[in-house]
Design a protein around this ligand. Sequence first.
Ligand SMILES: Cc1cc2nc3c(=O)[nH]c(=O)nc-3n(C[C@H](O)[C@H](O)[C@H](O)COP(=O)(O)OP(=O)(O)OC[C@H]3O[C@@H](n4cnc5c(N)ncnc54)[C@H](O)[C@@H]3O)c2cc1C
Length: 195
Amino acid sequence: MSYDIAIIGAGVSGALIARQLSKYDLKIALIEKENDVAMGSTKANTAIVHAGYDARIGTLKAKLNVKGSKMMSQVCEELNVPYNNLGSLVIAFNEEEDKKIEELYQRGITNGVEGLKIVGKNVLKEMEPCITDEATTALWAPTAAIVCPYELTIAATETAVTNGVEFFRNAKVNSIHKSDDKFTLRTRIGDIDTK
Ligand SMILES: Cc1cc2nc3c(=O)[nH]c(=O)nc-3n(C[C@H](O)[C@H](O)[C@H](O)COP(=O)(O)OP(=O)(O)OC[C@H]3O[C@@H](n4cnc5c(N)ncnc54)[C@H](O)[C@@H]3O)c2cc1C
């Protein structure tokens, strides 16, 4: 079996890479060791599309977090996956945590997160009437959202496969060998050559 591109792992990353590359005229293999997609971290996360105030300033993560958060609603629409832009609140309960909220706000602004606001006790109570009276301030991030990580992964893989990507399950890659013109992946289901 020979491919232009081999993607190892059908978590949310591999599935969305496969979907993106399936737009091109390439022979692509998506190779997963488990018997389905989304069997790794993807199946067990918190489903938050983070706004981008957490990531350390200047890192690739910060850049891609903010960029990805802006792209996600369009990606979900194209894949017909529910995307809920409900925003997020980080709550402080004392003066020390108020300072942390200010720090997150500044970091978010530097990272390019849009619409961030620090809200005081009264506004917070209006936004979330059931919140504890002990809350002091909060960071409001209107661009945060939630999306089901495995629905997203299933939809991305289905689209990739519809576009011609070959998906191999139960196919753990045990080793990778490099020769002059290709890589050979030794997998549970046989060798896969790729450029
Ligand atoms: C508790 C928790 C909460 C989180 N909450 C969030 C959140 O709210 N929002 C957010 O954006 N992120 C969150 N994350 C992080 C997020 O889950 C990961 O960044 C994301 O799932 C990584 O996806 P992935 O496709 O790179 O990896 P994975 O989902 O781990 O996929 C890797 C795939 O590769 C396969 N594989 C591994 N080795 C081989 C091999 N040798 N051969 C073939 N296949 C192989 C695995 O079986 C797996 O399917 C959270 C993580 C955790 C643990």
